[in-house]
Design a protein. Structure first.
Length: 111
């Protein structure tokens, strides 16, 4: 149950980070309004706050978060950018999620 809750929290954290980086990209590369920097900053602040809610030492959290970030970024690529994912993309996302689960399974005994 802890791993499932943590994975959901990680997905929210990753989404906040991706949105916080995507909005400035739209401004810098796509000519969007400079006002997008405001929600981008709020999204990045949310990302940082969400990282503080995780139940383990920061280094272990960041290591596990990396796996979820990979999967979330690929989903973003598919749904927002409209790029069809390859079987290797899906395999990489799956391997990343298994890595996150292995690291997170150690949290009960390591905290």
């Amino acid at each position: 149950m802890l791993i499932a809750k943590t994975a959901l929290l990680f997905f929210g954290t990753a989404l906040a980070e991706i949105v916080g980086c995507f909005l400035p990209y739209l401004w810098l590369r796509k000519g969007a309004s400079v006002w997008l920097l405001l929600p981008a900053g709020l999204s990045l602040a949310t990302f940082v706050w969400l990282l503080t809610l995780h139940p383990a030492a920061s280094g272990r959290v960041y290591a596990a978060y990396g796996g979820v970030y990979v999967a979330t970024a690929l989903l973003w690529l598919r749904w927002v950018d409209g790029v069809k994912l390859t079987p290797l993309d899906w395999a990489g996302a799956g391997i990343s999620m298994v890595g996150m689960a292995i690291i997170a399974s150690n949290w009960k005994t390591a905290v």
